[in-house]
Design a protein around this ligand. Structure first.
Ligand code: SF4
Ligand code: SF4
Length: 103
């Protein structure tokens, strides 16, 4: 981001309907296409931040898809996309906030 960007000044200038705080704290999001998962555990085991775990849910194939570990937050996600790259079923993907959405 531009080094000269003055958040406080900008916030004062922007119209009230723009929630700049909410916008600036956008987190990565992880999506799982549950029906595709075959519970191989690759995404869980190889996530460098160890923020994924096996869920209680059961998909149509009888497998438990992954979910965010209880007590963890997407703030911990390293945005590495490794879970996405390693999944043999293309069942998990990560949405990184656009540059403008981050601090
Ligand atoms: S993007 Fe990286 S850190 Fe985030 S959940 Fe996937 S493997 Fe873990
Ligand atoms: S890597 Fe893919 S198929 Fe394997 S547990 Fe994760 S989401 Fe399911």
């Amino acid at each position: 981001m531009n080094a000269s960007f003055d958040r406080k000044k900008k916030k004062a200038e922007w119209p009230a309907f723009v929630d700049l705080d909410k916008w600036s704290h956008a987190k990565p999001q992880i999506f799982v296409i549950k029906s595709r998962c075959k519970e191989c555990g690759f995404c869980i085991n190889y996530c460098p931040e160890q923020i994924l775990e096996v869920s209680d849910e059961i998909n149509q194939k009888g497998f438990h898809p992954p979910r965010l570990k209880k007590g963890d937050s997407f703030d911990e996600c390293a945005e590495c996309h490794f879970c996405e790259l390693i999944c043999p079923e293309f069942a998990i993907f990560v949405k990184i906030p656009d540059k403008g959405e981050k601090k």
